[in-house]
Structures are given as structure tokens and as C-alpha cells.
Design a protein around this ligand. Structure first.
Ligand code: FAD
Length: 354
């Protein structure tokens, strides 16, 4: 029997409060991994490896185990980024058995814009051509878009010793936004991303503006893919607004023929609806924000909850929308004891970002 090779790395984190940091880690990663918590120990299992995080002497002792070196480095960066995110402004020390050192992240893909066109009045599709399409086929659905400042040669991020991403600053600062790969055209080696145009009076919307202004031939980079793949279930409830519509469309397009789906999708009006071809069966209910009564709130979340109340425990709930709506959908699923493994509920944007 062949022994499966494993790659390992250990780290020590010294946060202000190790207990509440471990609580935050468990609460967050439950969306992405199988999380097992017993007192001072958390075990996280995902397709790309496992992490053991134990509290000892007010420190967090971290052990990462992955099937490949690339996945090990990626897991370290994910853990490091999240620890510093959870620490906010509080002090945090983090060191590893082997410090990270990379001038450019391994999963950065330079891509060239092929075209940009409106799919509906408020949804703009940009097609990107890439040298190597393989990393984007199947697997995770999302990427971070990295747009360099106009007129400057791009400086792509590397890694700090503590495993965090070393973002270029000053004049080389990148625009960074998360988007969904709407479709992958293997033959043409092209990716499509659909960008919602959501003008907010007096507020800059750099991600949306990139898609509005971009010209064929321009080069940017995509970091990833990551952030979750297609749900695997025979029955799926899909819910989301325009920011989730590209992901919902991709899920519908790629599920196997025997999949049953119902979708609740909130868009501005009828003109924003899109055809959603699928080999499975799909029943879609479009909600039109323009027709809501004045002052109406959380209609998508409320309709999603009603739908959740009528499904069985085996139906996979896939929901993505604004942060507050996501919180209330998650709380409802919890009160219904819907199993974690049968849900993906993620916020894609924030109404009042700090
Ligand atoms: C995993 C993931 C996948 C995503 N996939 C897509 C995708 O495929 N297509 C897509 O269009 N978006 C997608 N999003 C959402 C997108 O990343 C955010 O909407 C992002 O904030 C847009 O950046 P911006 O620069 O245009 O606006 P920002 O600078 O982030 O925000 C500017 C203002 O616009 C408001 N705002 C931001 N997003 C929205 C919105 N969706 N609706 C209304 N107001 C908004 C903010 O509250 C703020 O006031 C995804 C997000 C995640 C986390």
C-alpha cells in the first residue's frame, strides 16, 4: 500500500484573548470546513487539509496538515489572514516553524480582457483570456480581482514571514474585489465574470466601475480560485440578489441532470432577469425591488425563510446576499436545526461598510 504523502507546518499565535480568538475561528470556518470543538481544541477538516488549533498558556498552537505543499502554503495564508482580521486593532504575534517567503503568490493568474458587454441594463459581462485555464475548471467558484493603477507596471502581492499576503502599497496599491467566475470556456481559454452596476450617489464603486470602463487588451490578475465550489445535492434551494446571480446561474448550468432546484432571486425589475439554462429542473421566483412598497425591508430574507420552512433536511440551502439578510437567514436555519453540511450562506456585500 502506498503511504499518502502529507505536508505539515506548525505555528504559534499570541493573541490578546486566545479563547475568544478560537471562538471566532470556529464560528467563521464552520462555513468552509467541518469544525469540531472540544474545550481548548478546535479541529478543522476541509478538502484541502486539516488544522488543529489548541489553546496552551494563552497561546494558540497551530498544526496544519495538507496533501500538497501548495495547499499547505494556502492554508497558512488563510489562517494568518483570518487571525489578523479577527484581532482587529489588538496586538497579535504569529510565527511558523518555517517562515513564509515568496515574492509573488503562487495562485496569481495574469489575464487579458477580451470584451465587455451589457447582459442586462445593470449587469456587465467581462470576458478574460488566460494562458492556463486548468486551475479554473471545476472546484472553487470565486476569485479576487486585482487591478493595478492605470499607467503603472503591476506589482503583484507576495507573502510576509507570518504568512499574510504582502499587498503592494503607495502608488502600486491594487484594487481588490471578490467576484464569481460565471462561466469557463475551456476551448477559448476564457473566463466570464458578471459585474453588477450599482451606482450609489456620491459613493465610489471601483469594482463596478472597472467593468464599466475596461477596454479589450488591458491586463489585470485574478487571485484564486477559492471560496467554495458547487453544492452537491439532489435538491437545492438557491436564494440571492444580483451579486449572487452569477453564482446561481453557474450552479444551475453545471448541476447533474437529476438535480431539483428552486431559486428565489431578487433583482431591480423584470429587465434584470436572465435565462438560467440547466440540465436539472429549476423553478425560479423573481422578486422585483422596484415593486416593493415604500420602506419594505428584508423581503428576500423573509421569502427565503418561508421557503426554508417548507423544505426537508436533505435539501441544500445555498444563499448569498447582503450581510444583515445573511445573518437573519443563518439564524433561521440554526433555529430549524438545518445541518451545517447542507448549507452555504455567505454575505457578498455590506450595506454600510465601516
Ligand atoms: C464570494 C463572493 C462572490 C461575489 N460575486 C460577485 C459577482 O459575481 N458579481 C457581482 O457583481 N458581485 C459579486 N460579489 C459582490 C461584490 O464583491 C461586492 O458587491 C463589492 O462590494 C463590489 O465592489 P464595488 O467596488 O463595486 O463597491 P464597494 O466599493 O465595495 O461599495 C461601494 C458602495 O456600494 C454598495 N454596494 C456594494 N455592493 C453592492 C451590491 N451588490 N448591491 C448594492 N450596493 C452595493 C456598498 O454598500 C457601498 O455603499 C461577490 C462577493 C463575494 C464575497
Amino acid at each position: 500500500m502506498n503511504a499518502v504523502q502529507q505536508f505539515k507546518l506548525s505555528g504559534i499565535a499570541l493573541p490578546k484573548d486566545a479563547g475568544s480568538m478560537l471562538d471566532e475561528i470556529c464560528e467563521h470556518f464552520v462555513e468552509h470546513a467541518d469544525v469540531q470543538r472540544t474545550d481548548d481544541l478546535a479541529l478543522l477538516f476541509s478538502k484541502t487539509g486539516s488544522a488543529s488549533i489548541r489553546i496552551q498558556d494563552q497561546k494558540l498552537l497551530i498544526e496544519l496538515t495538507c496533501p500538497s505543499e501548495a495547499e499547505l502554503q494556502m492554508s497558512r495564508t488563510i489562517i494568518a489572514e483570518h487571525l489578523f482580521y479577527f484581532a482587529k486593532d489588538e496586538p497579535l504575534e504569529l510565527s511558523w516553524s518555517q517562515p513564509a517567503s515568496l515574492s509573488v503568490l503562487p495562485n496569481i493568474h495574469e489575464v487579458t480582457i477580451v470584451s465587455a458587454e451589457d447582459v442586462t441594463p445593470h449587469m456587465r459581462r467581462v470576458k478574460f483570456s488566460c494562458t492556463d485555464i486548468a486551475p479554473f475548471v471545476g472546484g472553487d467558484m470565486h476569485v479576487r480581482l486585482l487591478v493595478p493603477p492605470k499607467g503603472r507596471s503591476p506589482v503583484w502581492p507576495g507573502l510576509r514571514e507570518d504568512g499574510r499576503v504582502a499587498w503592494p502599497g503607495g502608488e502600486d496599491e491594487l484594487l481588490v474585489r471578490v467576484y464569481t467566475i460565471r462561466a469557463v470556456d475551456i476551448e477559448r481559454r476564457e473566463l466570464w465574470i458578471d459585474f453588477l452596476q450599482h451606482p450609489v450617489p456620491g459613493v465610489k464603486t471601483p469594482g463596478a466601475d472597472f467593468a464599466r470602463d475596461v477596454q479589450p487588451g488591458e491586463k489585470i490578475a485574478l487571485l484564486g480560485p477559492g471560496g467554495g465550489g458547487l453544492p452537491e445535492a439532489q435538491s437545492i434551494l438557491l436564494a440571492g440578489d444580483e451579486s449572487a446571480l452569477p453564482a446561481i446561474a453557474r450552479i444551475a448550468a453545471e448541476v447533474p441532470p437529476d438535480t431539483r432546484m428552486q431559486a428565489i432571486i431578487e433583482v431591480l425589475d423584470e429587465a434584470e432577469e436572465q435565462p438560467l439554462p440547466s440540465a436539472g429542473s429549476l423553478e425560479v421566483r423573481w422578486l422585483h425591488r422596484r415593486s416593493y412598497p415604500p420602506g419594505a425591508k428584508s423581503i428576500l430574507a423573509e421569502e427565503t425563510k418561508k421557503a426554508i420552512a417548507s423544505i426537508d433536511g436533505q435539501t441544500f440551502v445555498w444563499a448569498a446576499c447582503e450581510k444583515e439578510d445573511v445573518r437573519s437567514i443563518r439564524a433561521f436555519l440554526k433555529s430549524h436545526r438545518h445541518e451545517r453540511k447542507n448549507m452555504y450562506v455567505a454575505w457578498y456585500w455590506e450595506r454600510d461598510p465601516a
